[in-house]
Design a protein around this ligand. Structure first.
Ligand SMILES: [Zn+2]
Length: 290
């Protein structure tokens, strides 16, 4: 077993330079999923240690010990760790982290909430300082995810389908994209970035967005670019222990209030939309100009 698998999956390290309240979004969760895919499939769970009861919920599923990990999926911001007979559905919320490492190598951290002892001398740790993250052990993920929209990167989601969803909504475009009900995985950062690239004001009613395709393409663009950067960041992170995410250097509006717009030079403003701090260029994103 090579040391390269002993990776720290640290969402907070990846995004810690980003100001204000942040939650892992699709690219960050996809990065974790990719790393877990390289390590977990085929590994058997020997036992489970629970350090914070609310983190782990066991619902109508066969016992964990003896089960092996299968495929690692993701829908929106949910991680789906499939096992032989059941599935672990994980939401990292604000500060959840998953770590895979050799067991017994380090003392228990005060923020460790769950520890899965695996075969091959490995352990999977769920660390979460704020304690909002959840692991649900269920027979099937379907009831939990029934109300969740199509994953934003799912190939089944097309611009035409996206356009028909917009037409049916009474929400403004920012609330629509954040809701997770239609498309899943977008949060505050990538919604602000995609709306800027599309020259759309966040208060524009979803059904008034003319031409869904440019917005759809920009959503895919910001997510894919971030996924690509997270991947490379994790490599850096391993080697240098503390390098931060690279993606924020590509932000056009998020966290840039008061700084000049990269398109028009005017100042980026921070307003409140859908209950969230929202970053816009008021010149490039005018209401009614879609
Ligand atoms: Zn501008």
């Amino acid at each position: 077993m090579s040391d390269t698998i002993l990776t720290l999956f640290s969402i907070t390290a990846l995004v810690k330079n980003i100001p204000e309240k942040k939650m892992p979004e699709l690219p960050e969760v996809e990065t974790v999923a990719r790393e877990l895919r390289a390590v977990l499939p085929g590994k058997k769970i020997r036992s489970l240690e629970l350090y914070w009861e609310k983190t782990f919920e066991h619902q109508d599923a066969p016992p964990l010990p003896g089960q092996r990990f299968g495929t690692i999926g993701r829908q929106g911001k949910y991680l789906l760790l499939n096992l032989d007979k059941s599935v672990l559905v994980i939401h990292l919320r604000m500060t959840g982290q998953l770590l895979v490492r050799r067991s017994g190598q380090q003392a228990r951290h005060s923020h460790d909430r769950v520890r899965f002892l695996l075969d091959d001398g490995l352990e999977l740790i769920f660390r979460d300082s704020r304690k909002f993250g959840r692991i649900r052990h269920v027979l099937s993920a379907e009831p939990l995810l029934r109300k969740l929209g199509t994953d934003a990167m799912d190939q089944k989601l097309t611009a035409a389908l996206f356009g028909s969803m917009l037409q049916k909504s009474a929400m403004n475009i920012k609330a629509f994209l954040l809701s997770q009900k239609y498309i899943a995985g977008l949060g505050n950062i990538y919604v602000d970035e995609a709306l800027f690239l599309s020259a759309l004001h966040p208060l524009t009613p979803a059904r008034e967005v003319s031409g869904a395709e440019p917005l759809f393409n920009n959503i895919r663009l910001v997510l894919q670019r971030s996924i690509d950067n997270m991947g490379s960041t994790i490599s850096d992170y391993r080697n240098t222990k503390g390098n931060e995410g690279l993606n924020q250097r590509y932000f056009n509006v998020y966290g840039r209030q008061g700084l000049p717009c990269k398109k028009c030079g005017g100042p980026i403003e921070k307003i409140r939309v859908a209950g969230r701090g929202t970053h816009i260029c008021p010149r490039c994103q005018q209401r009614g100009k879609t």
